[in-house]
Design a protein around this ligand. Structure first.
Ligand SMILES: [Zn+2]
Ligand SMILES: [Zn+2]
Length: 532
């Protein structure tokens, strides 16, 4: 066995939802698995996307051999433009994944300089000291792979996102054989998707892949004499890529431009529209409030939300569904009834156990999940004595080190969230926004910025106060405001400080009282909490 140390360093996605990114290092060679983003929580108002802090990679820039993508979902590829602009390294991905990547890089003007390398399931390739074997898996997207990484210490398997679908629509089967073969030969470590570990049994089968759902809807529309209109950026992208790569066949004359919809009666049109997570800029959200040029929701329309409700998005999704109900549409959404509108693309407990039993790893490490999911996944694996040697529970930033003596946590690297505002928020529609704008134009805005350490709950630095369009008059006013913020923070319990909704509301109320007393004005006050 080789002497040396294999280090696994998750830079995101372990202990949080999204932002999946993991470095694998042997000596002077580092490869990175996935480069995902996280959609911002409501707390980060004004921020478009959140990406992982990659200072570990930039500090080791001459060692980074490239990025390997498991599949094309945003939480796996969304941070690529940001990472490549810091660190232009080769990117490996399957044909479908790279088609999404090309699109994304195009948008940022990065495509010409990008070194994109296509991989196929079962075709091994080398990156630095590592040989990588992509293994076909099934998930809620096509062309997804798990990765078996051959390292000098043994094989490490990273499942990517998966579910075990025995009858995928495209007949590209989950390659259980490869997992089993590795299990026979011996696997050093298995890193497995924890997203659905709370669900018992098996994830039901259905048309879980978005591409297969588009294909099916196109076929049904055709069979029922309806024209098809694709509306919204991501829907257009997906359908174009899927058609180019042969995943869907669209008969001539079936698709119409959104502008032509008015020429057909509603019962002769099927609209496929982006925005099932209630994203405020999405085409569906705009249609739901009569603010889309072509798509209008009318009485009697049926709207099918063919998606699961991603945790954290409940409020915005239900707000959009309310708008649809108000327009007397018949809305079909994931309300827990059976059969489901949509099934998850992630493995439930029995599927997770199946893979563990096939792979029989010496070390098992849960990935892709919030802390409770990682913990439950670890507990589940610990109970499987016959199949798992040792279970290691790590979070983003932990360095997991393997050598001939075993595995251990060996320190931490800097990780965190970097917020990016693309500045493209021209289409906001809600009344509230208009009210805010009026408010802003009259009294301006005050932003108290508070840095809270996510782990300890401590306030890290003196709060900053940024103002726009608000004239604080004399200097002392802002110093006073800072004191108010500090006071509010000090007088709050740890629990209140950990609940950003509560603490922001307290700061806002106290500042409002102070400012209106001092200046007789009522600027918009929006506390911003930076987790560090
Ligand atoms: Zn995924
Ligand atoms: Zn994912």
């Amino acid at each position: 066995m080789a002497t040396g140390k294999l280090q696994i360093v998750p830079l995101g996605g372990l202990g949080e939802f999204g932002m999946n990114c993991m470095a694998v290092r042997w000596g002077d060679d580092i490869i990175v698995i996935d480069a995902g983003l996280m959609f911002p929580e409501a707390e980060l108002l004004g921020v478009d996307i959140v990406v992982p802090d990659i200072s570990y990679l930039t500090e080791n820039r001459q060692r980074v051999r490239g990025i390997i993508l498991t599949h094309g979902h945003e939480d796996h590829i969304g941070a690529l433009p940001w990472i490549l602009s810091e660190l232009n390294v080769p990117v490996w991905g399957t044909e479908f994944t790279l088609a999404y990547v090309e699109d994304k890089l195009d948008e940022h003007g990065l495509r010409d300089n990008a070194d994109l390398r296509e991989i196929r399931a079962n075709e091994r390739f080398k990156a630095g000291v590592f040989t990588i074997h992509p293994i076909q898996v099934t998930h809620s997207l096509v062309d997804c792979v798990a990765l078996a990484i051959h390292t000098p210490l043994g094989v490490v398997i990273h499942t990517g996102d998966f579910k075990v679908d025995p009858t995928p629509t495209d007949n590209r089967l989950f390659d259980l054989h490869s997992f089993a073969e590795y299990g026979k030969e011996g696997v050093l470590a298995l890193f497995q998707d924890s997203t659905n570990v709370e669900r018992k049994g098996y994830t039901p089968r259905c048309f879980s892949s978005s591409i297969h759902r588009i294909k099916l809807a196109v076929e049904l529309a055709h069979a029922h004499g309806r024209k098809v209109a694709f509306i919204g950026r991501s829907m257009n992208n997906s359908s174009e890529i899927a058609e180019d790569l042969g995943y869907i066949e669209i008969p001539d004359g079936l698709v119409i431009n959104p502008g032509e919809m008015k020429n057909f009666p509603p019962e002769k049109v099927c609209v496929m529209i982006s925005g099932t997570q209630g994203e405020p800029m999405s085409a569906l959200s705009r249609a739901a409030v009569d603010n889309h040029k072509h798509a209008k929701i009318e009485k009697g329309d049926t709207v099918v939300l063919s998606s699961r409700i991603i945790p954290g998005n409940e409020k915005t999704i239900y707000r959009m569904i309310d708008h649809l109900f108000r327009r007397e549409a018949h809305v079909i959404y994931d309300d827990g009834s059976y059969p489901p509108v949509h099934v998850s693309g992630h493995a439930s407990q029995e599927e997770l156990k199946l893979i563990i039993n096939l792979v029989k790893p010496r070390y098992f490490i849960p990935i892709h999940g919030e802390y409770r999911q990682l913990k439950l996944h670890a507990e589940m694996a610990t109970s499987m004595h016959g199949s798992v040697g040792k279970v290691m529970l790590i979070e983003s930033g932990d360095v997991l080190e393997f050598d001939e003596l075993g595995a251990r946590k060996a320190g931490r690297v800097n990780v965190g969230r970097v917020c990016i505002d693309s500045g493209n928020r021209t289409d906001v529609v809600e009344d509230l926004i208009i009210k805010d704008r009026r408010h802003l134009s009259e009294d301006g805005i005050v932003l108290p910025i508070i840095a809270i350490n996510k782990l300890s709950g401590r306030v890290e630095t003196t709060p900053e106060i940024v103002t726009r369009g608000f004239n604080p008059g004399e200097d002392g006013l802002m110093d006073g405001a800072r004191q108010i913020v500090i006071q509010t923070l000090e007088q709050s319990s740890d629990e209140e400080r950990a609940d950003y909704g509560v603490i922001k509301e307290k700061i806002r109320a106290d500042l409002k009282r102070y400012i209106s007393k001092q200046t007789q004005r009522r600027p918009l006050i929006m506390p911003v909490i930076l987790e560090i």
